[in-house]
Design a protein around this ligand. Structure first.
Ligand code: T4K
Length: 370
């Protein structure tokens, strides 16, 4: 067994601790710890500018943001979504008493296949919740056409899509709302955190009320809101993180290129391509382990682990395999052949700014020498 340092699928990007002290000092000085304080306001403005979006509401995490986004648009009944995601996507529907209806994904992007959406629409359908999986944009125009034809809302789970742009600008401008995650494992992290991106000030105001118990002022509560607020510590850290974000994404891009070079031509290993985005964020490095590869996907996962390389099988099992979903008619594997096959083949390799070229070579060598 190797004695090398462990390499995890990701490692949060952390600036030198001393750089955070002045931010903490400011919080200690003004004693505003939460409830839309100065750092919260600053970070909302700074992120709108960085991402090129109009309105953004910060949250304590993306899961609460998804739950709130559905509340904000008063989504009910059935929502069409993808089984190929982190379980929080579908959980946000169950927390709202909404029935998820799963449709299969596109084999090239592993995002929801728009060609499958129409057949899943029923009189109860009120919305579509696609996921920009691995930060690769969905077929936003096709999805919007269907939504317009059937008068459906579109809420994007954009947890992976920080900073991603298509030809027209931020991918976050599509649909009615988009939700970002700033979890420790994400491209841009605030330890825990998230945000809803919305197109107009009125919707942002409703979201701001919903994330603060429904309070409008000291004595007025307009909705059964939740506590979804981001604290000042997280927001301050976000301000600091933003300074290094371009460097962090550039470093991810180099790692992505190194993997592609080192794994090129390895029989049975297919690196997932992009989805035609103009600016990518390289948030994950997914490979598909095919039948031509000498080892099965799980054997490769175990081999890497035995050498202290902790790749992850995002997204295996499919959401539809979990007990609270598997009884749904749309969760049957025959309904989801592409997603089911991908879940058996997928392996996400380590990618994060501090991963050195020698580490990338070490991971690639283990795969090449199977
Ligand atoms: N929608 C989508 C599409 C998502 O992918 C997610 C989250 C959400 C919604 C919900 O967003 P949040 O509510 O979380 O904001 C991780 C994350 O916990 C989760 O945020 C993420 N997706 C999911 C894809 O991955 P796990 O269970 O794999 O995390 P964990 O703790 O095993 O971490 C993976 C590796 O990262 C560890 O082996 C080591 C490293 N790590 C992790 C943490 C937490 C660190 O080095 N430091 C850390 O602090 O779910």
């Amino acid at each position: 067994m190797s004695k090398q340092k462990p390499i995890y699928v990701t490692q949060p990007n952390l600036p030198p601790l001393e750089e955070f002290y002045p931010y903490l000092q400011q919080i200690w000085d003004n004693k505003i710890l939460t409830n839309g304080g100065p750092f919260h306001q600053q970070l909302e403005r700074a992120l709108c500018e960085y991402l090129g979006v109009q309105h953004l509401a910060l949250f304590s995490n993306a899961t609460i943001a998804l739950v709130t986004a559905l509340q904000a648009l008063r989504v009910t009944g059935e929502v069409i979504t993808t089984p190929y995601s982190f379980v929080a996507t579908a959980h946000s529907l169950l927390w709202n008493g909404i029935k998820p209806v799963f449709v299969d994904v596109d084999p090239h992007t592993l995002n929801i296949d728009p060609a499958r959406i129409e057949a899943a629409i029923t009189p109860q359908t009120t919305a579509i919740m696609p996921v920009h999986c691995y930060g690769h944009p969905c077929e936003v125009e096709a999805i919007q056409r269907i939504a317009d034809n059937y008068n459906l809302k579109v809420i994007y789970d954009a947890a992976h899509a920080f900073g991603v742009e298509d030809q027209g600008g931020s991918v976050l401008r599509h649909g009615d709302l988009s939700v970002l995650s700033f979890h420790a494992t994400k491209v841009f992290n605030t330890f825990e955190g998230g945000a809803i991106i919305c197109p107009d000030a009125r919707t942002k105001q409703r979201i701001d009320h919903l994330k603060n118990f429904g309070f409008v002022d000291e004595v007025t509560v307009v909705a059964p809101g939740i506590n979804g607020k981001m604290s000042e510590i997280n927001a301050a850290f976000g301000m600091l993180q933003l300074q290094g974000i371009d460097r962090a994404i550039a470093r991810r891009k180099e790692i992505d290129a190194s993997y592609r070079r080192l794994l090129e031509g390895v029989k049975g290993i297919a690196c997932l391509g992009d989805a035609g985005e103009k600016v990518a964020n390289y948030s994950y490095f997914p490979v598909l382990v095919g039948p031509d590869y000498p080892l099965g996907r799980d054997a490769l996962y175990d081999k890497l682990k035995a050498h202290d390389v902790y790749a992850r099988r995002y997204f295996y099992p499919l959401i539809t395999e979990f007990p609270m979903y598997r009884g749904l008619p749309s969760a049957h594997r025959e309904n989801l052949p592409v997603a089911s096959a991908a879940a058996q083949k997928i392996l996400c390799l380590p990618i994060y700014p501090a991963l050195g070229l020698e580490d990338v070579e070490r991971v690639a060598r283990l795969i090449v020498e199977a």
